[in-house]
Design a binder for this molecule. Structure first.
Ligand SMILES: [Mn+2]
Length: 355
């Protein structure tokens, strides 16, 4: 069953519809990006409702079974569909709709709003990627890798974090990325102990780490990768911490199997870091899903209840952060595939020393 059929099966009867108003989920179902509009699913129809600005482009791009419907005033057009097709109940996206939106829809729509389950259902569907979605995520990853490989040539003592970040963002766009997947983390020296540090005027020095947490967007799909490289040389302590993080990353990778709870993947990395005495220095979860958003379910954390399935894409990104000194994180995305997850990155993970 595809996602549209799954949502049709989720509807209890022909008098109930599902109304998708968030732009991400609308894009997920229609394959068309718009800042406005809605996607309406009934037992036997799937429609994207768009205004004049998008109608022509969508008519060329949207594939069956989705029909493109042009609306003049969304609420009125929905009400006339509800009347004609005898729709009495409509699921809304409980996790995305604002309080103001909910007030407006409940006053104006001639159907009872249902708030229990559509958002969860959409998240569940989006967790498992189709082959076409996997291809887009891999393409986004390749764009990032090409840009990162090139920017490593500019990484030398004297350049600033900001110069590296700007160059990387530029190259990601030159190589076909729609945009960066998030504000790129390009940090060096003591800043590398900040898991979400912001690139600034800090200058690269010999014997410093440089952390790249970087990603691109390709046709709406995101990629995510982190590499920590050393400039000039690495001290014994830097090598020791790097090795522990790499071992934790590999242990988590080996735990990624269809049918295994996501929290076991987290535990594989965390137990290793704790066994080396650095448990207090790994204060975030091991990973997350990636897709139309950079952070999606499933969480790969202690509290996750999700069981991994074929087709999920999750990150594996343990780290150790020593405040005031340095930090190391290594991250790749993995496609869950039986007992043998596919690493979506091609850039090596052994410590790279830039000379
Ligand atoms: Mn990540």
């Amino acid at each position: 069953m595809n996602s549209i059929e799954s949502l049709q099966a989720f509807l209890p009867d022909s008098g109930t519809a599902a109304l998708i108003t968030s732009s991400i989920n609308n894009r997920y179902l229609s394959g068309f990006e718009s800042t406005d509009g809605a996607y309406l699913i009934t037992r036997d129809k799937a429609r994207v409702l768009l205004d004049f600005r998008y109608f022509e482009a969508a008519s060329k791009q949207v594939q069956p079974p989705t029909q493109v419907v042009r609306f003049s005033r969304l609420i009125d057009d929905l009400n006339s569909i509800f009347l004609k097709e005898n729709i009495k109940h409509v699921y809304i996206e409980d996790a995305d709709m604002t309080v103001a939106g909910f007030g407006e829809y409940s006053r104006a729509l001639n159907a009872e709003l249902l708030t229990d389950g559509l958002s969860d259902k959409l998240s569940e569907l989006r967790m498992v990627k189709t082959d076409a979605e996997v291809e887009k995520i891999i393409k986004a990853q390749r764009i990032t890798e090409r840009a990162l490989n090139e920017v490593l040539n500019c990484l030398k003592p004297g350049v600033t974090e900001r110069e590296i970040a700007v160059e990387l963002e530029h190259l990601i766009k030159v190589y076909g990325g729609e945009r960066v997947a998030f504000d790129l983390i390009c940090i060096t020296g003591a800043n590398t102990s900040l898991p979400h540090g912001v690139p600034g005027d800090r200058v690269v020095k010999e014997g410093d780490f440089f952390t790249f947490d970087v990603g691109s967007v390709y046709e709406g799909y995101h990629s995510d990768m982190t590499r920590t490289v050393a400039v000039g040389y690495a001290t014994d302590e830097m090598r020791e911490i790097y090795d522990i993080v790499l071992e934790a990353h590999i242990k988590a990778q080996q735990a990624i199997k269809s049918g295994v709870p996501a929290r076991d993947v987290d535990a594989a990395a965390r137990d290793h870091i704790e066994s080396k005495g650095y448990g207090e220095c790994f204060g975030h979860s091991t990973g997350h899903g990636v897709g139309l958003e950079i952070h999606e379910v499933p969480a790969v954390s202690k509290r996750s209840h999700t069981v991994l399935k074929d087709g999920m894409i999750i990150t594996d990104e343990p780290g150790i952060y020593l405040p005031g000194k340095f930090g190391v994180r290594i991250e790749d995305m993995f496609l869950v595939r039986g007992d043998d997850p596919l690493d979506l990155a091609e850039i090596p993970k052994d410590l790279i020393i830039i000379r």
